[in-house]
Design a protein around this ligand. Structure first.
Ligand code: NAD
Length: 404
């Protein structure tokens, strides 16, 4: 019997879709039966007829959920939808496992299998084509530079014209991971003078290879797996003080700093926001309900301050570039599904070096090592409590005084 793969229509405001018509055609060719909830791809400009032409069937949500062996999503579905999932079904998407692990624990209790793409071990080279965090961050970084340029009331490049010369804009990118590097590359191509800053010294070479200046941080915060670690309160204060000087010299500040499973670090303080000259643009990719990198940023909102600076809460940039973002995401999804399907059977090898992290729940258990740590569960290999668990506890609720 063919494996049945469904994609759901995403929650309101999300324009991406988990499967593109091109990827659906590949699954159908590979012997899958594919069901698409009606209008799933409409906001990414993939109308239903493109999916039917690719061999999928358009169904309502109830059917997409009831019949599927595998359910592909971008964002984690709402509670009602999760409640309808049954034992043995496999849900794959950006499920926020580290941020809201209790929801995942509930899926485990109900024996629903969940693969949370944020848990992918990104440094394993054969996992690179599954890396949805990178594909989506890359899109966000590119779009951040465009959003910043669009809101800015001056030229980005130097312009020498008969009507005079315009000096180039200065763009500062705080956090030079995947999104930050893409923002740097895009701002450079638009002709700005660009600087990058990160607490991982290793990013210097990447920033400089794009022709941007690297601003050295006095705080070194290399964490595990290539990520940054959370700063202590003293380090954060030191960083905020040194960043204030850098921020004041720039016109557009794009912030992308994240620490996995934690609320984003505050890099631009109230003082820096209030001191910014009129026309300064802050684009905060880390803006979230937990807080952002820029004081007072709000997800999906643009705030104009009393001094006429703009703070753009830009956590939804991949959704704004929905067609490209969905095409890339669908290819990541295809790679993940190909890893767990073997000759029309779903085979989840929890000892595999990628799946042992990517799989959040399987057969009623929490599998992923990082998620187990976050939940303070004993390490699966030793059955002993993990001593480092406290260092990777789930996200804390919003801002505390000490961080401002
Ligand atoms: P991320 O989204 O977790 O964070 C974005 C950036 O913010 C990172 O560069 C991080 O160092 C920086 N940051 C965090 N706290 C900060 C602070 N207080 N001040 C300034 N900057 C801060 O990062 P990401 O883009 O997902 O990348 C994380 C790492 O993973 C990088 O080292 C990247 O090169 C690596 N990576 C490797 C692969 C691979 O090997 N295939 C793929 C993707 C990413």
């Amino acid at each position: 019997m063919a494996i049945i793969l469904s994609a759901l229509k995403e929650p309101a405001g999300e324009k991406r879709v988990a499967l593109s018509p091109a990827v659906v055609a590949k699954f159908v060719k590979g012997g899958f039966e594919v069901l698409l909830e009606k209008d799933s791809g409409a906001a990414a400009y993939f109308p239903d007829h493109l999916y039917t032409e690719a061999g999928a069937t358009i169904v309502n949500r109830q059917t997409a959920l009831a019949k599927a062996n595998l359910i592909a999503v971008v964002d984690r579905p709402d509670e009602d939808t999760l409640a309808q999932l049954k034992k043995g079904q496999v849900l794959i998407g950006l499920l926020k496992a580290l941020v809201e692990p209790a929801v995942i624990q509930d899926l485990a209790k109900r024996q629903v299998t969940a693969l949370s793409l944020e848990l992918l071990p990104r440094t394993v080279s054969r996992a690179q084509n599954m890396d949805a965090l990178s594909s989506q961050a890359s899109i966000a970084g590119y779009k951040a530079a465009l959003v910043g340029a669009n809101a800015f009331t001056r030229y980005l490049p130097m312009m020498i014209t008969a009507a005079g010369t315009a000096k180039p804009a200065k763009v500062l990118v705080l956090g030079t991971g995947v999104a930050g590097l893409q923002a740097i590359g895009t701002a450079k191509r638009l002709g700005a003078i660009v600087s990058g800053y990160d607490v991982r010294p290793a990013s210097r070479n990447e920033v400089e290879s794009l022709g941007a200046n690297f601003l050295t941080s006095s705080v070194n915060a290399v964490g595990e797996g290539g990520y940054a670690r959370q700063l202590s309160a003293e380090e954060q204060q030191q960083q905020q003080d040194e960043l204030a000087g850098f921020i004041a010299k720039n016109d557009i500040i794009i912030t992308t700093a994240q620490v996995p499973g934690r609320k984003p670090p505050l890099l631009v303080t109230q003082k820096s926001v209030e001191a910014a000259p009129a026309g300064t643009i802050f684009v905060d990719l880390a803006a979230s309900d937990l807080g952002g990198n820029v004081y007072s940023s709000k997800p999906s909102e643009t705030i104009t301050t009393a001094n006429n600076a703009q703070i753009i809460g830009a956590q939804d940039l991949p959704s704004q570039l929905a067609t490209s973002a969905s095409e890339m995401y669908a290819r990541n999804m295809q790679a993940v599904i190909n890893t767990i399907v073997n000759e029309a059977e779903i085979v989840i090898d929890v000892k595999d070096d990628v799946l042992s992290e990517l799989v959040a729940t399987y057969q009623g258990e929490i599998v992923s090592g990082r998620l187990r740590q976050a939940l303070k569960l004993p390490d699966k290999n030793t059955d002993k409590p993990d001593p480092s668990a406290a260092a990777t506890a789930p996200a804390q609720p919003a801002t505390t005084e000490g961080e401002k």
